[in-house]
Design a protein around this ligand. Sequence first.
Ligand code: SAH
Length: 290
Amino acid sequence: MSRLPGEGAEGFRTLRRYGQNFLVDRGVLEDIVRRAAIGEEDVVLEIGPGQGVLTRALLERGCAHLHAVELDERLRPYLEGLASREPRLSLHWGDALRMDCGALSPFPRKVVANIPYNITTPLIWSLLRLGARGLRHHLYMVQKEAADRLTASADTKERYPLGVALEVMGAVERVRRVPPSCFRPRPRVDSEVIEIVLSRNFHLMEDGLWSGLLHRAFAQRRKTLFNNLKGFEGLEDWEGRLREAGIDPRSRAEDLEGDAWLSLYGTLRTRLGGMAVRPPEMPEGPPCGR
Ligand code: SAH
């Protein structure tokens, strides 16, 4: 294994609550950058640059611009020197979950990031909203269990709302496993690089009915769809609505394929006309963290 020089948190007290496990393996770094296929036109978004190992590699690959969003200001000494020499790098200090990434200029087309694992689900949800504007290629390092859920097909116990959203918007691919030894400090979990390519159904992310429907339907996994959905947002006769969409009301949320979800959403949207539905609170995934 080839180590990256000068990396690995020497002299820096890492914090678990910020998911600070810095990448120290050159082979993994090269795989990520190769897969990102950065071209001269690409504007890239990086979440959690840390000490800048991936940041430097992306700049070296020749992207047009790189936005890096970092929460921990103790990392300024590692990143500001780089930014002062490199006009293509914009640093944004703050919480990526609270930042309006839609306002970034120039607007990013790709996100490439070794992210803090505890924000995986809400971060991906929020970035999916930018698909309509052109942010369509996502490459993330995530916890292995998160990769299991993000790629879970119908009829598996790992199926969850974000996995459904990804299935109907594009494709998710597992790129490679990454063992704990590739980070400093070593996380207690295995990691994986995953790639998301979005290609369709961007409008769903603008509609609170879509995310509301998915989260409500999965709220209590042992319950049937009918039992989870009755009482949701002023709609009545759920049994009729489900049958109209070709769905057995006794099925469970995890049983449904992406097409069935689209059909149910379409049926409900038609019933509601243009009526707005308030989206749920920022959806959280199951606990996850290194
Ligand atoms: N990409 C670097 C660091 C990965 S560790 C590398 O590969 O070495 C995860 C990074 O995300 C840390 O730098 C941490 O401070 C940052 N981080 C944690 N929570 C964040 C949040 N909510 N928004 C932005 N950055 C965050």
